[in-house]
Design a binder for this molecule. Sequence first.
Ligand SMILES: [Zn+2]
Length: 410
Amino acid sequence: MIIHPELVMRLYNTLTQRVEELSFPSGEVKLYVCGVTPYDTSHLGHARVGVVYDTLRRYLESQGLRVRYVQNVTDIDEPLFERARRDGVDWRALGDQETKRYLASLARINVAKPEHYVLATSVIQQMQSTIARLLEAGHAYVSRGTVYYHAASFEHYGELAHADYPTLLSMANEMGNNPDDPGKRDPLDFVLWQPSQPDEPAWESPWGPGRPGWHIECSTMATEYLGPQVDIHGGGADLIFPHHACEIAQAEPATGVAPFVRCWMHTGLVALGGTKMSKSLGNMVFVDDILKHYSPDALRLAILSYPYAEPFEYSDERVAEAEQQVQLLHSALRTPSPASERHLDDDAPQSQFFHALDDNFDTPAAIGALAELAYTIIAAATEQNVTSAQRTLRKIGLVLGLQIEPASGV
Ligand SMILES: [Zn+2]
């Protein structure tokens, strides 16, 4: 199905803070989205990221584009080691089990696995090559067995966050930065390679046995699988700084290509009762628990009923409302159509639907057009042939990743 292959999409870019026009003349879209550290992963914050970019992929594909979608799995990281220690299990077994559980939960709400779903442990060699290039180019230094990136060596460092140095430092510290690390030249410098703790995995390297830092994982994986420039780089808004700022600082000097990313697209955080949903606060809601009471389509619609960049306030009422919309779609698809010569014209809601997605991926407006078409079908079926409109309804529902199956053959 090709609707308009010359797609020009308007999308907000976190780097420029503007809605920009984005086209894909090669017919291909390179999409990289930061994935999870596999433990306690299927809470709604992660599910939202999964649903938003899975829907973006479906929408771009509906326009005849080929989407190369890469996502990482951080299967080596402190939080994973800490959890493995606490539970007395092997970090590999824990990571493997939680990755499977995460993918299974997301599959229930029709989130497909990205084309390349890459484990950090599978690109250790490539990360070492990038680190070696950054050392050669004078962006990194070795101190006390650790390789650090010198943030001040990259003139655009932190631009993605649009903040001054003290604000950047406090943001980094909140996200686990150690400003007092005696090996650092500057408190904002970050680790590229470090010695492992005795019970942590270690790989041989030119700087001694150890393991990579977190930031180097994503820029290495993105450039390894997609080349030096990515069209759309996604992730939760909490990754803008330092993680994504560090990715830019690593990728651009390592490849010599700028910008590393044409459009930075960030999803808003998920909150419960006005507070950010997080592991540390323990206020998490899990996909599998919600699906005990509501259908997968209802949860997917509830997530997409918020503008992707705004905070999503979870409530059962919100999913219950979405469940009513799912019922509406089912009713419209089940409505018997008279064998009339007069066919319901569905051009307007269909073009409204795609126009909404072209316009900064406005999923709430797209859902509005979907519901409008459903109402129109139910109202028109007293006298007009609605078979073709029902087909359209199903087709655009699939673009949002809904699994709506009509009861009778449409
Ligand atoms: Zn990442």
